[in-house]
Write a new protein. Sequence first.
Length: 461
Amino acid sequence: MKKAAGILLLIPLFLLYSLNDGAVEGEERRWQDESVYYIAVDRFFNSDRSNDEQVDVQDPQAYHGGDLSGLTSQLDYIEELGFTTLQLSPVMANAPGGFHGFWVTDFQAVEEHLGTMEEMRSFVKEAHDRDMKVVLDFPLFTAADHPWTGEEAKAGWLKEGVTDAPVSWLDDLPQLEMDNEAARTYIEETMQFWEEEAGVDGFHLVSQTDEMMEEEDAVFYTTHLQEAGDLPQQLRNVFQAPGAVEGISSDVRVQQLDGPFTGRFTHEAVENGQNPITRWRLGLTYIFTTPGIPVVYYGSETPLDDGGDPETVPMINVKAGNEDLKQRIEKLTSMRDQYPAITRGEYKELYNENGLLVFERRDEGESLMVAINNAAETKTAELDHLGSGLQLRGLLQDGVVREQADGTYRLAMDRETADVFIIEENSGYNWLFIGFVGSVLLLFTVAVIVLSRKSRQREKE
């Protein structure tokens, strides 16, 4: 009897989950559909101790042992979070001490501390088997002592780099001359090399100047080091503490709160006396639902703190993540996969006052509304543009907002919360479902009463 009652209680839960909208299938993925997880390879997972020369986990400027085989061993962890693209810090051969990957000495070889070309191929294949793309960081500069600096034939390939880079290890590195045809051809050939030899899907070009090669099909996006922290800092200024949602742009290629050139968003939230989990939930909801490709720096789901120093690149412990943040990321990545309006739809701001931001994403008959309350108190918005006979069904908080008598929709958001609503026809109350659940609960109650009476009767006997 107990077993039967338990099974009956599971039936409404099964039906509830079966009502979820199905994902769009059969369409080719575009770059704007991707959700990116950025990995500092040396700081992720050490699986092969044989390549641990120069490893010193006590020295923040030394190798810590992360490698390509370690990445491969943790692909299931990343897949569970729902990311569709893995972006790797530079894996090219580096000068001694180049744990970060930006002191390149050979653009067409794998850094031995990270593994071999065979391990690189294996990693990419395993990622592809999980339907994840792989993008490589590609610095358009070299190590200070690169062999080219002493070659007369390469004299026109390099020029002086910058001295005020966002992190010290990028200061005064020779910059590749994009106006030099031979140098430019070499870069094109190198991108083709990595595509053919390792099977990678694209590249993130990093330059010390505004000279890029954005017209190349294989270029996912680009970063100019002089401006690397501008956009993330705009977002950080908004979401590191309660306040107005202003001074940020929705017209960008990439949305990110932190990365290898900015330091950790977690620390800024802590410095402001805030709960970093709460702040991350709001920030993540924003970058995953506004136009642009969300890029999440490895360990944000933990969340890692660098103590305010972007040159402190901590090792992640994949077993010590925060479940709230992981669940938020899983839901957001799932929504991007399920609702094309979030990734491809038109963006329209509907309301933005006193910390409450409401905007709509619309695409080919599908509409979603996102509400982010960045204030320290409950906020409400009266929406009168939706038309009649609709409802807003929450995908994060599971609430429903229905039309009021005056034709408006009253959206109330608790302090420091966010939700994504699917705009759909008002289904009203599902009395059939409610009645079914009520019947099951009644049956369960009757079963408990019967079992209790039988138990007391046996005790008397």
